[in-house]
Design a protein around this ligand. Structure first.
Ligand SMILES: [Zn+2]
Length: 428
């Protein structure tokens, strides 16, 4: 088998390694899907047989960003239910989804989402949505690192599948890397127990919305006598491999339990602000030792898949909320969007940093962008000044999936035509 080698030279490499090393004028060598050399200025690659050389001209190269919580195919409901709280948002959205959703709809929405994500430097996402196997197929073609699996909700759901069929189908299509439950407020505790048992039986990771709003917490407590976090704990679902989306409304004991059980949190700052859910206690979670990744949430609630915007929002809102400019510095926030996102997904040995042996998920920023000049601290530049419009090229698993701001793996003409047709169906 022939190998394919790419060298990106003269790059400002933000490695996000254990000590946040930044390498000015460095070189990254990609062999097939893997990073095989990361070199300082003036050191030539030992690999001599290089097929493609890219001169970054001083541009920043960072790891592919990792979206730790989203609903990708909801690109097709972008802007459909804005300026509402969570319950009003769901009340408007779920009937509309139920009316139009199909496997083809999900394929189109997911493909649009992969294009948006890749062009914005995001190469991996944890995606909770219907028809996950269809999205996984589309992701394979697009070269997108999709983390998906069967999803459970207490009623038939937009895919019109009764509970027992859902369980059977999940078993029949195993193995899966993930099982998803929508939330403790949208299912009975007995159903939560069934999904938890299935996750254990199938050896999958587990993802659920939890403690997103105080209304949800009050509702769950009044119905079941326990908070969402306590319910998950009761069912043994606070454990390594579990990711809680949002976790906004937490008391001190819950933060301790999340940290000591090795449960991860996906922080979605833009969604939490837009739905006025509140401020996740990220500083306390991190101080307690919990793993916290960063997500956009679905493009119907946030309304994009822009991890640069997510980073900047996370870096800003907690400072404003705490009246403390030292809370969540740029390097911490970049880690949440990269290596801590990888830890959230259990992929920290494969993605999330630019180090030899990692999967070659890389993002190159435009060295000539006015908003990226001058650069005193490349990490600050990425978090506080860069936008997705500055992304020029992206490699995912060594494939150059974005080249000069265009997707190379996705038929955009077809995808946009299909997305517009789906929007017409939603309009009715
Ligand atoms: Zn969500």
């Amino acid at each position: 088998m022939t190998t394919r080698t790419t060298a990106i030279t003269n790059a400002t490499i933000i490695t996000v390694d254990a000590i946040d090393t930044v390498i000015p004028g460095g070189t990254v060598v990609i062999t097939d899907d893997t990073i095989t050399e990361v070199l300082p200025a003036g050191v030539a690659p030992t690999t001599t047989d290089i097929d493609i050389r890219i001169d970054a001209r001083g541009g920043i190269v960072l790891p592919g960003l990792i979206n730790a919580h989203t609903h990708l195919a909801m690109t097709l409901f972008r802007g459909y239910a804005d300026d509402l709280d969570l319950q009003a948002f769901l009340d408007r959205l779920i009937p509309a989804e139920t009316a139009v959703l199909s496997e083809d709809h999900v394929r189109t929405g997911a493909r649009l989402a992969f294009a948006e994500s890749l062009r914005a430097g995001c190469t991996t996402a944890l995606d909770m949505y219907w028809w996950p196997l269809a999205s996984l197929e589309e992701a394979e073609q697009a070269g997108f690192g999709l983390q998906a699996g069967p999803i459970f909700i207490g009623f038939d759901g937009p895919d019109r599948t009764p509970w027992n069929d859902r369980l059977e189908r999940a078993r029949a299509t195993a193995p899966h890397r993930w099982l998803f439950a929508h939330g403790t407020y949208t299912m009975e505790p007995t159903q939560l127990a069934e999904v938890g048992a299935l996750a254990t039986e199938l050896g999958t990771r587990f993802h659920i919305h939890a403690a997103e709003t105080s209304r949800e917490v009050d509702d769950v407590r009044s119905r079941f006598g326990r908070t969402p976090i306590e319910l998950l704990d009761d069912h043994g679902l606070l454990r390594p491999g579990t990711v809680l989306a949002h976790a906004v409304v937490l008391d001190d004991d819950e933060i301790s339990r999340i940290a000591e059980t090795g449960t991860a949190v996906a922080h979605c700052p833009a969604s939490n602000m837009k739905l006025a859910s509140g401020f996740c206690r990220v500083p306390e979670l991190r101080a307690a030792g919990a793993v916290v990744g960063l997500g956009t949430d679905g493009p119907s609630s946030s309304n994009d898949l822009d991890m640069f915007a997510a980073m900047r929002t996370a870096a800003l809102i907690h400072k404003g909320h705490r009246l403390d400019p030292l809370v969540l510095g740029a390097a911490e926030v970049l880690r949440m969007a990269t290596i801590d996102g990888a830890r959230t997904l259990g992929l920290e040995d494969r993605i999330g940093s630019i180090e030899v042996g990692r999967r070659a998920d890389l993002v190159l920023l435009d060295p000539d962008s006015p908003s990226l000049n001058p650069v005193f601290d490349p990490i600050s530049t990425v978090v506080y000044a860069a936008s997705r419009a500055d992304v020029t090229d992206v490699w995912a698993g060594g494939r150059r999936v974005v080249e000069h701001r265009s997707c190379t793996t996705i038929d955009m003409e077809r995808t946009l035509a299909e997305a517009r047709a789906e929007a017409e169906i939603i309009r009715g």
